[in-house]
Design a protein around this ligand. Sequence first.
Ligand code: HEC
Length: 205
Amino acid sequence: MKLRFKLAVLGIISFLLLSNNAYSDQKLPFVESVVIFNTVCAKCHEAQCSGRMSFDDAYESSKNHIIRHYGEASDKQWLRKELFTILNYMKVKCAYYPMESALPPKRVWEHDILNKMVTLLERNYFIPLGPFSEGKYRIDLALERDTKVTIHLVSEDFDMAIDDCFLSKNMAVKIPFSITEPGNYYFRMYPQEPVRITRLTVITE
Ligand code: HEC
């Protein structure tokens, strides 16, 4: 009787271990896939909150569509899968896909974090800036060289706090803004020509 009990306990423990393993094998999308989705695909799919995909075979039937909008995905099935997963998440949860990124102390993002939040070719950036309360702030960008950039600051409810174009001067852009709706905010940048952000600072004014 005792032995049987021990075996049963062992059985339960190994089941838990195995199922836990099976769970951790389900890979979460890479940060770059989330950035691609939230810059390239977001132009049409941002804030689509319909609750589900339109078609049951949406993954198969969307292959050419995804490649048309992001050519890099043509020979990368894993990337198409991840982009699909991210769209599904947005449709069901009506939210940005969570990104693993600790907020830097003092709200200064240095190149080590910035280099992960960018698409490799276009240098589109998408960076979670964390929670904001009501108030006046400024974003200071340091760029690797001067160019024109389109900047968005979007709330977790998809409201735009900044939607504007800026020409950098002395490799810097300063963007004052006000927050009236407290919550999490996301920074997005489309540069006219690929350019690296070397530092992003959020200042409370
Ligand atoms: C120029 C606008 C535009 C861009 C950019 C765009 N799409 Fe779409 N996409 C659409 C439209 C329109 C549909 C069909 C209607 C719908 O489901 O929204 C669609 C449908 C889809 C579907 C099928 C959805 C369903 O419910 O069945 C997927 C998956 C998809 N797009 C993925 C992507 C991905 C990934 C990207 C980025 C690489 C992307 N799209 C970029 C406009 C766009």
